[in-house]
Design a protein around this ligand. Sequence first.
Ligand SMILES: [Zn+2]
Ligand SMILES: [Zn+2]
Length: 129
Amino acid sequence: MLTGQCFCGAIRYETGERIRNQTLCHCTICRRTSGAPAVAWFTVAAEDFRYTAGEPASLRSSSHGTRTFCPRCGTQLTFTDDATPHEIDVTTSSLAQPDIALPRDHVFVADALHWPDDLPRYQHSRSES
Ligand SMILES: [Zn+2]
Ligand SMILES: [Zn+2]
C-alpha cells in the first residue's frame, strides 16, 4: 500500500501499488493551480484509492476535470476526468515516497515554460557557501 498526505497532514490517503502513467505535466492548468513550473502525477484505479484522514476541497478546473486540494494548506492531491471516472491521478510529490513513481515522460510540452536547465546548482540555499 502506498501512502501520502498534504503538506500540513490534515488530508491523508492510501492507494494500491498498481500505478501507471507516471509523468511530469506542463499544462497551464497544472502550473496555475500549483504555482509550480510543472506537476508530477501517477494514475491509479479509483477503487484502489481512499482518504484516511480529512476531507479535501475540490475545484472544477476545466469543463471535464476536477482537482482536489487540502483546504488548509493548499496542497494539490488529485485530478479526475469525467471521461475516465474509474481512474484517479495523484500528485507524485504528495506521496510519502515520491521516488516510487518516477516520471517516465513529459506531457503537454507544447505548454511548457522554456526555462534554461544549465543554471548554477546549490545543495541548499544560495546564501550558504
Ligand atoms: Zn494540508
Ligand atoms: Zn497538467
